[in-house]
Design a protein around this ligand. Structure first.
Ligand code: MSP
Length: 666
């Protein structure tokens, strides 16, 4: 390594996300995890670099581009910019954002291919197989037309002349490597899965395509382009110097964070490519589980995605980070629920950390004129040895962070919050303040609370970077919290006499049903038009219908569509049979609508503009072929078409002449 560093380097990556759509909270989860590790490692003395980016080649991007009436490059440019923008909006940009269309990446792929070929690990051959164009992967053992195990879509039979990577020659080397590096694949369950896959024998892998045009051309081998995985994985290396990786001194990666469905590509193909090219291997690959919604993997194709921005607009970024890391055991699948999200916000952030900070700082302001009091040697009622409590907790919690056990780390930090809270409640500083003879004790109690709060704040910083930084400043601490080293944190460092800042509410309590309603309304509004606008925060809309089309093609808002696309939307005349309010949701009505051959339940955001009884008997336009969707737990099977009136409220579309129920609109 030719770079000299004052601190040891730590290089980590998120997956490079496909640009055929925009991020949902599944993708956001991976990036939040990586960002938390980045912040934690900085607090442990590392010089950290994180790469995220965009995987732009392949058939699915080509198809989405065609639908949007753009060239793949134009389309991908638009989407990649929005991904990058989203990470900026969420304050989690990588130090590097690699695009697989970058010239630096093309160079690296060419270079790596040449090294593999020169070393004798590439050969020409022909391949026929079942291929899932959405996941860009051949499906081994699938029948012609059989479903893709990941997305369930039918596979296509593909025969083509390819360059093959001689993966079969790496079986033993990989097994030896896994054996010598037991922590290479995490968690254990994924390691076992990969081991048995490799033990079962490896087939050579086709790494180029002639059937696809949208890819990196193989030099002097037109029409071959690189297969997406040979292309995308190399992005991790292109981002930090490519052929000149030694100059930046960041390669090999210390950690690749991925979702469990792409573990094989990362833990088998990637190390084999690197072995073939005589390059250093990444140190660890951590595969996390899936965010589920209604018990299924959240994914665009299933139409059950939750977008990050509506949550961020209503609750803020940090409650989302906290919820995802606290609620989901890292490595396992976890169900996403708005209810649990807002409950966690109220119980742990508003009533927990936020309340502890505000009561401690308010009392210091009131009883000690806003200066950290002396620790004093007065005895307290409540027996906990503060120094021990802090040092034991520091060790335990850093160990949990080291194992990426975020949920237990946060649980342990919040136990400290509860301990300090209880200490204050038992000691009753407000009573001590009434008795001059208890001044020393009051001083000690509030010092203890403030010092406990300082330690807790530092420990929570990787997960809650902005709010902990605020609390830190309110404690009067000048050094930015992000540059504090956890290893040098110990009890008693808070200096008496430090001037504290004005106590400000960090996490105001929020009414649960109202918060959920606002998030859902924004979510619905965002998924209605083009996905291309999904990163732009917008105010709560007058959303009329439910079950908005989550599969709306990207960039469609400005794009003209053919009649065949319009024909995909089925609209019919419906008649409202019953209408009632949805409990706990101000804007929503639950309707039973007769659409001719069936009665549909539809949840619509009409309650502020229409009384339920005024809708009964009314003829409406219903979009009937939308994917069902749940709103406030009630299934909605269609959408009522409405315009947005001048004051923003919905105005239902209707007819001047008589029309039969069930008639199709065209
Ligand atoms: N382009 C490839 C990765 C290439 S890496 C060299 C790809 N892209 S993707 O856009 O489909 O992103 C997949 C990743 O997004 C998953 O591996 C995971 O990290 C994250 N997630 C996508 N959906 C998710 C959930 N429902 N739950 C949790 N994470 C999810 O695969």
């Amino acid at each position: 390594m030719s770079t000299s560093r004052a601190k040891p380097k730590y290089y980590l990556t998120t997956p490079l996300y496909y640009t055929n759509g925009l991020p949902h909270i599944g993708h956001t989860y991976s990036t939040i995890v990586a960002d938390t590790i980045r912040r934690y490692k900085r607090m442990r003395g590392f010089d950290v670099v994180m790469t995220t980016g965009a995987d732009e080649h392949g058939v699915n991007v080509e198809r989405s581009a065609k639908k949007a009436g753009l060239s793949p490059q134009e389309f991908s440019n638009k989407i990649a910019v929005q991904w990058k923008q989203l990470w900026d909006d969420l304050q989690i940009p990588g130090e590097e954002f690699i695009r697989t269309t970058d010239e630096r990446h093309h160079r690296t792929v060419h270079w790596l291919f040449k090294r593999c070929r020169d070393n004798g690990f590439v050969e020409k051959g022909s391949y026929t197989g079942q291929y899932c164009i959405f996941d860009n992967a051949y499906v081994v053992d699938a029948e012609p037309g059989g479903p893709c195990p990941d997305c369930g879509r039918p596979t296509e039979t593909v025969t083509e002349e390819n360059y093959f990577f001689k993966l079969s020659e790496f079986q033993q080397r990989l097994l030896d490597f896994y054996d010598a590096n037991p922590d290479f694949i995490k968690p254990e369950s994924r390691r076992n899965e990969v081991l048995s896959f490799v033990q079962g024998g490896l087939r050579n892998l086709s790494i180029t395509r002639t059937t696809i045009r949208w890819g990196i051309p193989v030099p002097e081998e037109s029409p071959h382009v690189f297969y997406v995985w040979f292309d995308a994985l190399i992005g991790y290396l292109s981002a930090v110097g490519g052929p000149e990786y030694d100059e930046r001194g960041l390669w090999p990666a210390d950690l690749h964070i991925v979702g469990k469905e792409i573990i094989r590509f990362h833990a088998v193909y990637w190390p084999a490519f690197l072995m073939a090219a005589d390059l250093p291997l990444p140190r660890q690959i951590w595969a996390h589980g899936w965010l589920l919604f209604d018990s299924q993997k959240m994914s665009k194709s299933k139409g059950n995605v939750v977008r990050p921005m509506p949550i961020v607009n209503v609750l803020g970024i940090e409650p989302l980070r906290y919820y995802l890391l606290r609620e989901i055991v890292f490595g396992q699948d976890g169900s996403f629920s708005y209810d649990a999200l807002v409950s966690r916000y109220n119980s742990d952030l508003a009533n927990g950390l936020g309340n502890l900070a505000s009561r401690t700082l308010t009392m210091i302001e009131k009883y000690f004129a806003g200066e950290i009091p002396e620790q004093t040697s007065a005895n307290g009622k409540y027996a906990f040895t503060t120094a021990e409590f802090a040092s034991e907790a520091l060790t335990r919690i850093t160990q949990l962070y080291d194992r990426l056990n975020f949920s237990l780390a946060l649980e342990a930090i919040w136990e400290l919050v509860a301990t300090i809270d209880k200490f204050i409640t038992v000691e009753k500083p407000w009573t001590l303040a009434d008795r001059p003879e208890d001044k020393e004790r009051l001083s000690k109690v509030l010092y203890t609370a403030a010092e406990g709060l300082r330690i807790v704040t530092a420990l929570a910083h990787p997960v809650l970077p902005q709010s902990t930084e605020k609390i830190w400043r309110q404690l009067g601490l000048a050094e930015p919290l992000s540059s504090v080293q956890l290893d040098s944190l110990s009890w008693g460092q808070l200096k008496p006499g430090t001037k504290t800042g004005k106590p400000e509410g960090i996490f105001p309590r929020i009414e649960k049903s109202e918060a959920i309603e606002r998030i859902e309304a924004m979510e619905q509004e965002q998924s209605k038009p083009a996905e291309a606008s999904a990163t732009t925060p917008r105010p709560a809309p007058a959303a009329a219908g439910a079950a908005a089309p989550a599969t709306a093609p990207a960039v469609a808002a400005t794009t003209k569509i053919g009649i065949e696309d319009f024909a995909k939307v089925e609209m019919r005349v419906g008649q409202v049979k019953t209408a009632e309010r949805v409990a706990g949701a101000d804007k929503l009505l639950q309707l039973q609508v007769d659409i001719g051959d069936e009665v549909r339940q539809i949840v619509a955001g009409l309650a502020l503009a229409y009384k339920p009884e005024d809708l009964v008997g009314r003829k409406v336009v219903v979009v009937t072929n939308l994917l069902p969707r749940k709103l406030r737990g009630v299934e909605s099977n269609g959408m009522i078409v409405a315009a947005t009136g001048p004051d923003g409220s919905p105005v239902i579309a209707g007819f001047l002449e008589e029309v039969p129920v069930g008639a199709r609109l065209k």
